[in-house]
Ligand binder design. Structure first.
Ligand SMILES: [Fe+2]
Ligand SMILES: [Fe+2]
Length: 281
């Protein structure tokens, strides 16, 4: 018998959990009067998050002249929005496993789409900085749920999509009756994420042809970022050569996105992606 999305998520809830401390820290950002001291104090409770904030602050990604020695300095130097991204990134990393080839490319793909979303969001101003990044990072989290539930069955789907370049959401729908975007948005709802993030994840595989609704802009941002990362060949067997395709897809049109020099945007994504990936290795 086929599982419902609810049953699927319940079956993996012991393995997949977003750290409670991270949810608490993210909630703190809703307070306009949040101080660097409060934030440092909350983060210092979790040694892994604290260590990563320092590690990322000291990485080539930021390239600071001096060593960042403590959390308060890190927050002051990189800013609240960056800290928010790191907290989610570290927490997400613990959700993604690293057992095999497909786990690795799923993580790389997610990191790359997060960077692309945040770079595009800077231009398009769809949401706040941290949220654009979070939408990208979590957009395919539903794939992790499928994989944890039944590794063998889902790996077959991943393989088919990877080898033949088939759209994975269609393959999922054939077998499960729903796709990873549906599963991801359900999971993020359980985890109490902001509705804008839930929508961006839930609708990222829409066609966006003649899209008009304002609330779909986050999903379109993810769709476009996903497309660009696939064009670049990150997590794909074969990259595409024609970068200008990024200007022609429906989500780009819906967002009013047009890039005269696609190679420029691709290079800036790649540079950030490489240094961030290194930090997590
Ligand atoms: Fe997806
Ligand atoms: Fe994706």
């Amino acid at each position: 018998m086929k599982k419902t999305i609810k049953e699927l998520i319940e079956s993996v809830s012991g393995d997949i959990a977003f750290p409670k401390i991270a949810v608490k820290i993210l909630k703190m950002f809703e307070d306009d009067n949040l101080s660097a001291y409060q934030l440092a104090k909350a983060m210092s409770v979790d040694p892994i998050i604290a260590a990563y904030v320092l590690k990322v602050s000291n990485s080539a990604f930021y390239n600071f002249a001096n060593r960042v020695k403590n959390l308060s300095d890190a927050i002051a130097l990189i800013g609240f929005e960056e800290v928010k991204k790191i907290v989610v990134m570290v927490s997400t990393k613990s959700v993604f496993s690293t057992a095999d080839f497909f786990d690795d490319i799923l993580w790389e793909h997610s990191l790359a789409v997060a960077i692309a979303s945040s770079i595009l969001n800077e231009k398009l101003r769809i949401t706040d900085e941290g949220s654009g990044y979070i939408m990208g990072l979590l957009h395919d989290i539903g794939k992790t749920v499928f994989k944890r539930d039944d590794n063998e069955r889902y790996t077959k789907i991943l393989k088919e999509s990877y080898e033949k370049g088939m759209p994975i959401n269609r393959l999922e729908e054939d077998i499960y009756g729903y796709n990873h975007a549906d599963v991801g948005s359900y999971l993020l709802d359980v985890w109490n994420f902001d509705q804008s993030v839930i929508d961006a994840v839930g609708f990222h595989h829409l066609s966006f042809i003649n899209a008009k609704k304002e609330f779909l802009r986050g999903a379109a941002l993810v769709n476009l970022s996903d497309f660009i990362i696939n064009l670049m060949g990150i997590g794909k067997k074969t990259p595409q050569n024609d970068l200008s395709l990024m200007n022609t897809i429906p989500s780009a049109e819906f967002l009013g996105f047009y890039e005269d020099e696609p190679v420029k945007i691709v290079n800036s994504i790649y540079k950030k992606f490489s240094s961030l990936k290194e930090t997590f290795e």
